[in-house]
Design a protein around this ligand. Structure first.
Ligand SMILES: Cc1cc2nc3c(=O)[nH]c(=O)nc-3n(C[C@H](O)[C@H](O)[C@H](O)COP(=O)(O)OP(=O)(O)OC[C@H]3O[C@@H](n4cnc5c(N)ncnc54)[C@H](O)[C@@H]3O)c2cc1C
Ligand code: SF4
Length: 489
């Protein structure tokens, strides 16, 4: 298909096909189906190739979106291969973002001012999946070896991006991961129905062949600091922001009340074939999830797949306005995405504008006492005031806390390395070049930004690698897509 700059006027946006709900809730296979190449080409042909492409600025990686849209719209096999080359010019792992990025680029697409934006994420995912299918993503050549070595602590998307960039620059890179598999939250956290895990293994095989070393089951603690300093010229802390926000309501100690991140990884382990049943199981239970974001949606989808009797998602915020179309009222910023995941189409009771009063039970939780709240703004600050006489009880055999994260859980290691935390945020403090308070110790990803998105983690990993490379080698040609203080549009 020839690229048609007016394609958006004749072709509607078509979303990725999803498996029907009754089928998909019976397994952990991906919700989305892969579209056919000509359907993707048609979607790519809706790109207007704007003079000022706001999608670039919407994507923290600065992905060259109009370039690969045009190549895909042309549709020849060689064009798809070129599209993959352009895609990888700015993104080490477009398969991760292609599967699960909330696509702030689409919110910033100029079409979204008064029409449905281009399906950028769908095109991105299709390019990289086809490149793997066609064998177009072999290990890349690396620069001649330098005399320098780098330890990357943490194997989430930030650590992996930093590791791949530094390995390709010729440094000897070792990634240390405390879990038994590499991937961070991509592996243990994000459910398999949102992102299958073989796509991580496929990329790790490429990285290993390029020369990156991986050491799993290896938690780095304060006792390892001396060894790290002796064995490596630089250390990159990519330890994530995995300390969960706690609730201190009465009854928090009851059995059956768990943090979301104590629950979700069991689902991943069952899907990986490690176990027959999860240690924390929603099967046959009334489940209450507290929080209305991504983590809550992932708990919801997992609980329904395990056979929960009912799932209620409770959030103190009022119900978000339902969007009737994809015109973006706050263009080019991303509108809030709360309560709009495919998991919400699979069965949920929503309790917006409610908060927990106490967890009720005798040894084991049997209900969550809640009350309605209304939001009052005083001096620009939101207050959640209880509505009188609004207390009620939700039956609950399993309660999952998904109220967010409050910084890194590697405090001791951070302190022993001489790095500092940002007061009140629990994240690792870095200067404009990703350096902590200690020479040769750097940090990036959720560890510095706080709980964020995969696209930011990859962008930070790339930028941090450039800073490390410049300090080790005297200069660097690696790209710096973001700084520690960059913010979304
Ligand atoms: C349930 C859930 C769903 C999400 N869904 C999405 C989504 O759909 N889209 C999206 O864009 N983002 C999503 N996110 C956010 C996204 O996963 C994170 O922003 C991203 O993974 C951060 O990457 P990171 O590399 O900084 O940290 P992480 O992915 O958290 O990785 C940190 C790694 O460091 C390891 N580690 C920590 N301390 C040590 C130590 N001392 N020694 C060795 N290893 C250590 C940890 O085990 C972990 O593997 C979600 C987050 C959660 C919790
Ligand atoms: S990484 Fe996310 S923001 Fe960037 S182009 Fe892909 S979907 Fe859009």
């Amino acid at each position: 298909m020839a690229h048609d700059p007016q394609g958006f006027m004749t072709r509607p946006r078509v979303e990725l096909p999803k498996r029907p709900v009754p089928e998909r809730v019976r397994d952990f296979q991906p919700i989305y189906l892969r579209p056919k190449a000509d359907a993707v080409a048609e979607q790519a042909s809706r790109c207007m190739d704007c003079g000022v492409a706001f999608c670039h600025a919407g994507c923290p990686l600065g992905n060259l979106i109009p370039e690969w849209n045009e190549l895909v719209a042309r549709g020849e096999p060689a064009d798809w291969a070129d599209a993959s080359e352009r895609l990888h010019a700015t993104n080490n792992f477009p398969e991760f973002t292609g599967w699960i990025c909330p696509a702030p680029c689409e919110a910033a697409c100029v079409l979204a001012i008064n029409d449905a934006p281009v399906t950028i994420k769908q095109v991105e995912m299709s390019i990289v999946e086809r490149a793997f299918d066609d064998g177009n993503l072999p290990p890349q050549p690396v620069a001649p070896p330098t005399a320098h070595s780098v330890a990357v602590v943490g194997s989430g998307p930030a650590g992996l991006a930093a590791a791949q960039q530094l390995t390709r620059s010729g440094h000897a890179v070792t990634v240390f991961e405390r879990d038994d598999r590499v991937g961070g939250l991509l592996r243990y956290g994000i459910p398999d129905f949102k992102m299958p895990k073989d796509i991580i293994d496929r990329r790790i095989a490429q990285m290993a062949a390029e020369g990156t070393s991986f050491r799993v089951n290896t938690p780095i603690t304060s006792a390892d600091v001396e060894r790290l300093s002796a064995d490596f010229d630089a250390v990159v802390l990519a330890v994530g922001a995995l300390k969960p926000r706690e609730l201190d309501n009465p009854g928090r100690e009851l059995d059956g009340v768990h943090q979301a991140m104590q629950y979700l990884p069991w689902g991943n382990r069952v899907a990986a074939g490690d176990l027959d049943r999860p240690q924390i199981d929603a099967s046959g239970k009334h489940v209450v999830i507290i929080g209305g974001g991504d983590t809550a949606a992932d708990c919801l989808g997992t609980a329904n797949r395990q056979g929960a009797l009912s799932v209620t998602v409770l959030d103190h915020n009022p119900a978000p306005l339902k969007r009737v179309d994809l015109v973006n009222p706050v263009w080019p910023a991303a509108p809030p995405s709360r309560g709009v995941s495919p998991a919400h189409d699979e069965g949920v009771h929503e309790a917006w504008a409610h908060r927990v009063v106490e967890f009720v039970g005798d040894g084991h939780v049997r209900a969550v006492a809640v009350e309605q709240v209304e939001v009052v703004r005083i001096g620009g600050v939101r207050h959640f005031n209880a509505v009188p006489q609004s207390r009620s009880e939700l039956p609950a055999d399993l309660v999952l806390l998904a109220a967010g994260f409050v910084g890194t859980d590697s405090d001791e290691l951070v302190a022993a390395l001489g790095a500092r935390e940002v007061p009140g945020r629990g994240t690792v403090a870095v200067d404009a070049r990703w350096r902590t308070a200690t020479e040769n110790v750097y940090a990036c990803g959720d560890a510095t930004r706080g709980a964020s998105l995969v696209v930011w983690a990859i962008a930070e990993g790339r930028a941090c690698a450039a800073a490390v490379d410049a300090d080790l080698a005297g200069s660097s040609e690696l790209p710096t897509p973001v700084t520690p203080t960059s913010r979304p549009l």
